[in-house]
Design a protein around this ligand. Structure first.
Ligand code: B12
Length: 246
């Protein structure tokens, strides 16, 4: 059983790793323990899941080739199309396994997200989730303060894209790894949360720790463009899209 799980993980990582994605395994139970019932994932506690992150290399390794080779649909965000294309290849590569995919942007009928990406990243040991409650002397009064995950190598220069769930694979033996706490002092945590909440457009929250690699200028321009204008930008950048944009 354990061998089967290792093989499964290797197979997914072999494919996605070359494309600028990282995967981290976890048990559904770890996630469900952290969130209230309204957010529970509807699987038994020992069910195997992976959280999928995109790192800076995704833009060159997966997204640009995707734009050159695939027809884009007008209605869906191009990066989301690229992610879903590659995860559907993973599904095909694992034809013998039952696998469900949940995307970060998917909502339930009650308009709650299907899963809380940051909590999943934290319980899987991928990126520490800093929340208001991780600060002792909280200076924000009645303001709403959103939490933010920090990756040990890429700081804030990554995104949490999806969960892969294997309803038929039980992993009672999986050991939980704590995420690396890379923003340790009270001052740094306050600075991080202030930047994420009040200055997120200047990218500075992504740089509160030393990072190994960050988004290129091209990638920043792309993500700084409002989603509705991204297709237009890609047309302007030209060359990228050999096929007409549908
Ligand atoms: C809705 C949403 C927004 C909304 C509301 C934000 C919010 N946090 O509620 C708005 C539009 C404001 C927003 C904005 C942004 N967002 Co946003 N957003 C989301 C989305 C889709 C859902 C978040 C959500 O609804 N959370 C619900 C609340 C209640 O959850 P919570 O605060 O974490 O509370 C839970 C935890 O505390 C947990 N819990 C309790 N105890 C414990 C203990 C532990 C140890 C743990 C781990 C958990 C835990 O239980 C609580 C639930 O009851 C996520 C993607 C996703 N599917 O998760 C992206 C996401 C959070 N956003 C993201 C980003 C980057 C942004 C922006 C910078 C814009 C952008 N995309 O570039 C801005 C920054 C914020 C700002 N200054 O406005 C990233 C964050 C990445 C990171 N490094 O953390 C995410 C994860 C998207 C992604 N694909 O990577 N966002």
């Amino acid at each position: 059983m354990e061998v089967r799980v290792v093989q499964l993980e290797d197979k997914i990582r072999d494919y996605l790793g070359d494309l600028g994605f990282e995967i981290y395994p976890f048990k559904v139970g770890w996630y469900n323990e952290a969130v209230p019932p309204a957010f529970h994932l509807p699987y038994s506690e020992n069910t195997l899941a992976f959280v999928v992150l995109s790192i800076p290399a995704m833009f060159d390794k997966a997204f640009k080739p995707f734009l050159r080779n695939q027809l884009l649909k007008k209605i869906q965000d191009p990066v989301d199309q690229c992610v879903s294309y590659h995860l559907s290849v993973v599904r095909q590569n694992l034809a013998d396994e039952q696998m469900e995919i949940m995307y970060d942007y998917e909502m339930l009928p009650n308009r709650k997200p299907k899963f809380l990406a940051q909590t999943a990243a934290h319980v899987a040991g991928a990126a520490y989730y800093y929340q208001r409650k991780n600060v002792q002397k909280d200076p924000w009064g009645t303001k709403k303060i959103y939490g933010v995950c920090v990756h040990p190598h890429y700081g804030g220069w990554f995104a949490i894209r999806a969960l892969l769930l294997f309803p038929d694979v039980e992993v009672p033996f999986l050991l939980q790894t704590n995420p690396i706490d890379c923003v340790t002092t009270e001052e740094e945590r306050i600075e991080l949360l202030e930047k994420f909440n009040f200055h997120w457009r200047d990218w500075s929250y992504r740089d509160v720790t030393e990072v190994k690699e960050k988004y290129s200028e091209e990638q920043k321009t792309y993500f700084a463009t409002p989603p509705a204008e991204r297709l237009k930008l890609l047309k302007l950048l030209g060359g990228f899209q050999r096929n007409a944009i549908h």
